[in-house]
Design a protein around this ligand. Structure first.
Ligand SMILES: *Cc1c(COP(=O)(O)O)cnc(C)c1O
Length: 399
């Protein structure tokens, strides 16, 4: 079986289509889907050698699978990471990074604007194992610095953050982590490797929910961890192999094939999101629009320095509160009400009552999630139809 050569000079768009491909002797053009749990051997010596680690080859799909390996190799190539491991979901990726490497007595610093489940893992689950945490404003470099203790082992952030699209300074925070002898872990789900590669700025570990833009069509759950060889060897490998939060080969195959169009899709998401953001900013009844590449975003300069595009998500605040936000959602005819994102279909959600409902009102206010805020994950439809839908919904509310 031939592993495709990955010439070092292949550019990202070529890597997205061909990186990591393994062809069977049939020489199939599309990547093969290996739905198998086990592998057979020619004789008993072969498994002996593989189990001892003296021979290469698969032994069991909890340990490794060729379709999953292709997805991992392609993700590593796109992120510029030494190695990748795929997981069952984005949360399996996030929690495996923490639980594989941290122990009782360790400390984590995490940015406040964080995916709800990540915050629960950091503040509640890790705490049960004696791992403490400090939550900071991710945009405040002094706050990161001040939160460090001699026990700090990891810094965790998401940029752009959900749902306010706050941008954290990757290079500066990676330096803070380096000086403290800690690792910076970045959740890159909102940007995807097509728009942002945190390792270029010094991040030590990158995690993804491949459920989002990597799948891109709202079909299958998945996650990815990207890291260096030492982290894999010392922490992650043993943890993943023995606790088993692995991705199904079928989901890995879907996400692998989706990477072929990631760059094209992300450009279209960015273009559509920008058009919708600019449109919303002009509408009566909308008093604030947040989009990383708009000049009125508080960190537009930083966003442009570390991202190749503003992404597909727009947050906006309408006059009024929950009742008005719900009325707007109800009046939409094209855009679906859904808390997922990264789909070809445009999806809208009210963060205060969905993704951020577990936070206290004070905690929500601290991350900038108001009752009048809506998060719109702009899809791949014609942006003019999306603007028409929003305009009509806003108009119906004024009647
Ligand atoms: C969706 C999401 C996750 C969790 O991923 P799942 O695939 O749903 O487990 C984590 N972080 C961010 C930023 C996300 O959007």
């Amino acid at each position: 079986m031939a592993t495709q050569k990955n010439p070092k000079n292949w550019r990202p768009r070529t890597l997205a289509v061909r990186g990591g491909q393994i062809r069977t002797p049939f020489q199939e053009t599309a990547e093969a889907l290996f739905l198998t749990s086990g592998y057979a051997y020619d004789g008993p010596e072969e498994p002996e050698a593989r189990f001892k680690g003296e021979a290469d080859g698969y032994t069991y799909s909890r340990y490794g699978n060729p379709t999953v390996a292709m997805f991992e190799a392609r993700m590593a190539a796109l992120e510029g990471a030494p190695v990748a491991r795929a997981t069952a979901s984005g949360m399996a990726a996030v929690s495996s990074v923490f639980l594989s490497a941290l122990r009782s007595g360790d400390h984590v610093v995490a940015a406040r604007a964080m995916f709800g489940a990540c915050r629960l893992v950091v503040e509640d689950i890790l705490a049960r194992f004696g791992i403490t945490s400090t939550i900071v404003d991710g945009t405040d470099l002094d706050a990161w610095q001040k939160a460090l203790t001699p026990a700090t082992k990891m810094l965790f952030l998401e940029t752009p953050a959900n749902p306010t699209l706050a941008i954290a300074d990757l290079r500066a925070i990676a330096e803070i982590a380096d000086k403290a002898g800690a690792r910076l872990v970045v959740d890159n789900a909102f940007a995807s490797p097509a728009l942002q590669r945190p390792m270029q700025f010094g991040a030590h570990i990158v995690v993804h929910s491949s459920t989002k833009y990597i799948d891109g069509q709202g079909r299958a759950m998945g996650g990815v961890i990207l890291c260096r060889e030492d982290f894999l060897a010392e922490h992650l490998q043993t943890f993943l192999r023995n606790t088993g939060p692995i991705i199904s080969p079928f989901n890995a195959w879907l996400h692998l094939k989706s990477l072929e169009t990631l760059d094209l899709r992300m450009r279209a998401h960015c273009e559509n999101a920008r058009a919708v953001a600019d449109f919303l900013a002009e509408q009566k009844g909308v008093h604030r629009v947040l989009y990383p590449f708009r000049d009125d975003h508080p960190q537009v300069t930083l966003a442009k320095a570390q991202m190749d595009g503003g992404g597909g998500v727009v947050a906006f605040e309408i006059d009024g509160g929950k009742a008005e936000a719900f009325a707007l959602e109800r009046a939409l005819k094209l855009i679906d009400i859904s808390n997922n994102l990264g789909d070809a279909k445009s999806l809208i959600t009210h963060p205060a009552t969905t993704t951020h409902c577990k936070l206290t009102p004070e905690a929500r206010a601290a991350v900038g999630v108001s009752d009048g805020m809506l998060r719109l994950a702009v899809g791949l439809e014609d942006p003019a139809d999306l603007c028409d839908d929003l305009a009509e919904a806003l108009r119906s509310m004024r009647k």
